[in-house]
Design a binder for this molecule. Structure first.
Ligand code: F6R
Length: 261
């Protein structure tokens, strides 16, 4: 696990966009894993700017989102399908239908989850997965207690996650759905490269467990310690509880540029 502490969201966006640009250069038909939420927004802004400038193209690429609320009406602005369309997909040049997500309005939820897993596999698996992390240590919506071997399924959101996300629902906790469909931890672990972004003091405890804690279903993101290629991009505030913070900074500063992240 590589920990990179940067000056803030803008630099995080640029470093992650460099890795995605490299991937698209090597493999134009790459498969991207796309998180929603606020953490990846700077990455999407940077990618949209580079695409507009003609520096990168998503024309042959595919994308899969991580999760979806269950039961939000098709026209609800917080449906993750709509959110990812607004913040990223509509701003770049993906082919129509190239980005898919789990279907939170499916009448047969287990079948919809299985179909989503099959679609990821049929696309050849995720080359690069962008992740955020919840204050309770969730990745996608794998809440504390999630099976470390889980696949896409329905989950109940914790009260903490619903409180955290109420800001997207006019601060109305009751409007935040109680259930979601989410890629499982094993689904995420199958991605070839994972870039996790965390900014702000509120993420410091979760980041401390993710990077330096014991692997435990209580802090689901810790499963990433078993992944061979994870890059954790942080600002100072999110890194404030890390014990080896000086080592992480020195390592990144002295890293040969050709290595990328
Ligand atoms: C969103 C997702 C969640 C978020 C996490 C952090 O698709 O899977 O795990 O990444 O809740 O959210 P933000 O980035 O809004 O703090």
């Amino acid at each position: 696990m590589e920990v990179v502490i940067l000056s803030g969201a803008e630099e995080i966006g640029a470093v992650a966009a460099d890795a995605i640009a490299d991937l698209l250069h090597r493999k134009p038909a790459a498969v991207l894993g796309l998180a929603t939420g606020s953490s990846p927004l700077a990455i999407y802004d940077e990618l949209a700017a580079r695409c507009e400038a003609g520096a990168i193209s998503f024309r042959q690429a595919r994308g899969f989102t991580l999760d979806e609320y269950v039961g939000l009406p098709a026209d609800h602005p917080q449906r993750y399908r709509t959110v990812i369309e607004d913040v990223f997909v509509s701003r770049v040049d993906f082919a129509p239908g190239a980005v898919e997500g789990p279907d939170g309005l499916a009448s047969d939820i287990p079948a919809a989850c299985a179909a989503f897993e099959s679609a990821i596999q049929a696309a050849g698996g995720v080359d690069l997965q962008i992740l955020g992390i919840g204050t309770d240590g969730h990745i996608a919506f794998n809440e504390p207690g999630s099976s470390l071997a889980s696949r896409t399924r329905i989950k109940t959101l914790t009260r903490q996650t619903r409180i955290d996300n109420a800001r997207f629902f006019d601060d109305d906790l009751d409007a935040v759905p109680t259930h979601c469909l989410t890629q499982g931890l094993a689904t995420i672990m199958a991605a070839r490269h994972v870039i996790l972004v965390a900014t702000g003091r509120g993420k410091a405890e979760a980041v401390h467990h993710l990077v330096e804690g014991a692997v435990s279903a209580l802090w689901p993101a810790t499963i990433l310690q078993h992944h061979p290629h994870v890059t954790v991009l942080l600002d100072d505030a999110a890194a404030r509880r890390l014990q080896l913070v000086d080592y992480y900074r020195e390592t990144y500063l002295s890293k040969p540029k050709w290595q990328g992240i």
